[in-house]
Design a protein around this ligand. Structure first.
Ligand code: K1U
Ligand code: ZN
Length: 174
């Protein structure tokens, strides 16, 4: 089932989500819903707080090549356990901040540990877009948005745009 995505500003996007104790069938179903929501958006990642769920679950699929097999990942309690000194600048977007893109600098490679839907512990080193995306998604679990890395004036401008977008959307609905 596709879920509605929260738009910034929203207090639920600014919270630190608590860790997951057990991977239940309900959480596996939530991961499936998040992947469906992400692909439909379309996007390359999604974190549970973006659909108003206060838990440490992210999904992503950064396969870009036309015709290549998809690689959906659902990560419970993901954490960065190592990062490279080399850094990468990528123009990021966010499904909670539609149509806004800005350059963000982050470690170029990160090693992430997480629990997969079967309950197994996994570890992998990501680079390129995968590294950018997984850091962006883990940030969501800690209440951080990519605009938090921008200068305050730019962030305020974007926030004002989003307030207007939300008002316009609410008016269209009424
Ligand atoms: O977390 C999110 O809001 C999803 C976000 C992830 C992300 C994008 C770019 C850099 C870092 C993290 C998105 O998916 S925004 C949409 C997007 O980037 C995209 C959409 C369609 C095709 C390709 C990319
Ligand atoms: Zn985002």
């Amino acid at each position: 089932m596709k879920r509605p995505i929260l738009i910034h500003p929203d207090p639920r996007l600014k919270k630190t989500a608590p860790p997951i104790a057990d991977i239940t069938d309900d959480l596996r179903a939530l991961a499936d819903d998040m992947l469906e929501t992400m692909y439909a958006a379309p996007g390359i990642g999604l974190a549970a707080p973006q659909i108003g769920i206060d838990t440490r679950l992210i999904v992503m699929d950064c396969v870009k090549e036309e015709g290549a097999a998809p690689r959906p990942l659902a990560m419970f309690n993901p954490e960065v356990i190592a990062e490279s000194d080399t850094r990468n600048v990528y123009e990021e977007g966010c499904l909670s901040i539609p149509d806004i893109y800005a350059e963000v600098e982050r470690p170029a490679e990160v090693t992430v540990r997480w629990i997969d839907p079967s309950g197994a512990a996994r570890e992998e080193t990501f680079d390129g877009l995968w590294a950018t995306c997984v850091q962006h998604e883990i940030d969501h679990l800690d209440g951080t948005l990519f605009i938090d890395y921008l200068k305050p004036l730019k962030r305020q401008l974007i926030t004002r745009k989003m307030v207007k977008l939300k008002k316009d959307r609410a008016r269209e609905k009424a």
